[in-house]
Design a binder for this molecule. Structure first.
Ligand SMILES: [Zn+2]
Ligand SMILES: [Zn+2]
Length: 327
């Protein structure tokens, strides 16, 4: 008897935990550099030296990503039949010596290079060729990183972020990576030590602002459904959440639909629409006329609009209102 047979969802959870770990490594370097640049002047050669010292860890994040992809593919096979993963001759199978059964993990699993072929044989919908190429590239890079100390093997933190967004999209379709990352942050070891973790949403905002700022327009369109040619506004909810933690400007929301009389801003981090009111901002130098109905500030400059505004008639300012909700 074969015992301890894993389920597809167990493989999925393990795969996503690997993606989260890899993401954690590279995003921390990108933010570390960003924070340094906000407070001091970072010379080009210092930045180069910074990235040089991160090299091995970034390669490790790539190896972890590759492991995550393999686990995700295994999950897709196990969802059809767990026996698809077992390879080798029957005569080499482990023996059930004491009659208590043989653990599934004792069987030899099929090679990583065969995962896509097996997947495409048993699933009606095949993995697309873009994914196959990415998987092969990743597998080769991983093998190089594991078996050589090639000085020319350079993968940037941005490369790993892009690879993660891409593999997640291929493997999990419409499932939102931001939601997964948020769940991991909300269940991170530190959250079990502190009673108040209301800064976590601010962390999500900060991470995805960093990513949004380095992605190319075609990439923000592909992964976050944001057309960079549209005017970008502060997301009121992301700004409110991040202000609890530190003052940053999550300027990545867009009018949806993109029309002069549009009544909503779409934010890809919140993955929702935020109602807005058209009124001229009270700040002298601000040309903005898009004010958040929920939070009462101008989505162009971030300044809270006056207490006389009809939209805030139940509350002096939206921020005071929201703080009262917390307590
Ligand atoms: Zn938002
Ligand atoms: Zn304004």
């Amino acid at each position: 008897m074969i015992k301890d047979i894993p389920s597809g969802s167990e493989f999925d959870s393990a795969a996503k935990a690997q993606f989260d770990f890899a993401w954690d490594i590279v995003i921390s370097f990108l933010q570390l550099l960003e924070e340094a640049k906000d407070s001091i002047e970072v010379e080009d050669e210092d930045e180069k030296a910074f990235w040089e010292t991160t090299r091995q860890r970034i390669l490790t994040s790539l190896i972890i990503t590759q492991q995550g992809v393999e686990l995700a593919l295994k999950g897709k096979l196990v969802a059809v039949s767990p026996y698809l993963l077992i390879s080798g001759n029957h005569s080499d199978w482990p023996k059930d010596i004491d009659g208590s059964g043989v653990s599934y993990s004792e069987f030899r699993a099929i090679d990583a290079q065969d995962l896509i072929r097996v997947h495409d044989t048993v699933h009606e919908t095949k993995l697309d060729s873009g994914f196959s190429e990415l998987f092969e590239k990743l597998r080769k890079l991983r093998n190089k990183a594991m078996h050589t100390v090639d000085k020319d093997l350079n993968v940037s933190a941005q490369d790993v972020v892009l690879i993660l967004l891409e593999v997640h999209e291929h493997l999990y379709g419409n499932e939102n990576w931001i939601v997964t990352r948020r769940d991991f942050l909300n269940n991170s070891p530190a959250t079990h030590l502190y009673l108040v973790n209301d800064h976590l949403e601010g962390l999500v905002v900060k991470e995805f602002l960093t990513v949004f700022n380095f992605l190319k327009p075609a990439e923000t369109n592909r992964f976050f459904h944001i057309n960079r040619r549209q005017r970008l506004y502060l997301c009121p909810e992301c700004k409110y959440e991040s202000d609890k933690y530190e003052s940053i400007e999550p300027r990545y929301a867009v009018l949806r639909p993109n029309e002069p009389n549009s009544e909503n801003l779409f934010c890809f981090v919140c993955d929702s629409l935020h109602p807005i009111e058209r009124m001229n901002c009270l700040e002298e130098d601000c040309p903005g006329n898009v004010v958040s109905e929920e939070y009462g500030f101008c989505c162009t400059c971030g300044v809270i609009q006056g207490v006389h505004k009809s939209l805030n008639r139940d509350r002096p300012t939206a921020c005071v209102f929201n703080m009262s909700v917390q307590f």
